[in-house]
Design a protein around this ligand. Structure first.
Ligand code: SF4
Length: 302
């Protein structure tokens, strides 16, 4: 489905001009313009062609074409119809476009598990990442609300690796720890959310939309072992319980004073857990929930 802000119009332009200026037909005054009348013979650009094209009542270099443009952008940039179909404007990827998100806030409210949103239109990996695979063959990857809550404040995001077929990976810095966030299955990576490098807080504040990490196209193995709408809510409830048990055993029992910092209302671990744990505890928590089969943590020296 194309973006609702994607518009189309017919434009005219001079094929011989050094800078191609597109003029929408709807906004041009046709009757008296030079290009569409015998007056084109006096045009310097026309005369510079030295009669290469046959003269007529309309300039032979005047062209018309069907173009598309973004109705949400402050300045319209025209692109040929075929190009917009290849970009995110012409398919469901428009849901991750910054301009689109600035004007529209789509999609129904997601189901929640213990206060954590678990959108039913996504698939989930067991290390708390999501995959959005749409009918038009484009996919996006990000982190789920469990991981976002555990991370809390993020200081920096770096992307590892280039485009191509691979398991997409980012390094998230919080406090004095660098944490590797790795999607478990390979995909054909075509891009990363570079806005997050300037505004890393968005990764955890808006993890399912503006905080997306990677985009690309699926490979046969991209959806392997992921949890869908039928199983993800139950799995998430188990993960919340398991997290609380883990924290009670591994952290609170060792540091009695940490109880208030880790146990928030309703039995859910505290938001920004990473800021409440020391480095060893944080690495242990990530090893248990985000690393075992897939992601790993890297310890930085202070
Ligand atoms: S640039 Fe963004 S808002 Fe504009 S048409 Fe494309 S997807 Fe839609």
């Amino acid at each position: 489905m194309p973006c609702p802000f994607l518009k189309e119009t017919r434009v005219k332009y001079c094929q011989s001009a050094s800078v191609r200026k597109m003029i929408p037909l709807a906004s041009s005054g046709c009757a008296d313009e030079k290009c569409a009348s015998p007056d084109h013979a006096s045009c310097t650009v026309y005369r510079a062609q030295n009669g290469a094209a046959e003269a007529g009542p309309v300039c032979p270099y005047l062209q018309e074409s069907l173009m598309q443009y973004c109705g949400a952008a402050p300045v319209a940039k025209f692109v040929p119809y075929s190009e917009s179909l290849l970009s995110r404007c012409g398919n469901n990827s428009h849901r991750y476009c910054e301009l689109y998100l600035g004007l529209a806030r789509p999609q129904e409210a997601p189901e929640e598990v213990d206060g954590l949103p678990v959108p039913g239109w996504l698939d989930y990996s067991r290390n708390h990442m999501w995959l959005d695979l749409t009918d038009d063959g484009v996919c996006h990857v990000g982190i789920d609300a469990f991981l976002a809550r555990a991370l809390g404040k993020v200081d920096r995001i770096s992307y590892v690796g280039s485009k191509g077929a691979r398991r997409p990976m980012a390094v998230v810095t919080t406090g004095n720890c660098d944490l590797q966030i790795l999607f478990p299955n390979a995909m054909m990576v075509t891009g990363c959310n570079l806005y997050l490098r300037a505004d890393p807080a968005r990764l955890t504040a808006d993890p399912f939309v503006g905080g997306w990490l990677f985009e690309g196209t699926p490979l046969p193995e991209t959806t392997e072992s992921l949890l869908g709408a039928a199983t993800a809510p139950g799995w998430m409830a188990q993960e919340v319980r398991r997290a609380n048990e883990f924290l009670q055993q591994e952290v609170v029992s060792a540091h009695a004073g940490a109880v208030g910092a880790l146990a928030a209302d309703g039995g859910m671990f505290a938001e920004g857990l990473a800021q409440h744990l020391d480095r060893e505890q944080l690495l242990g928590f990530f090893e248990e929930f985000f690393a075992p089969d897939i992601s790993r943590t890297v310890k930085r020296e202070p």
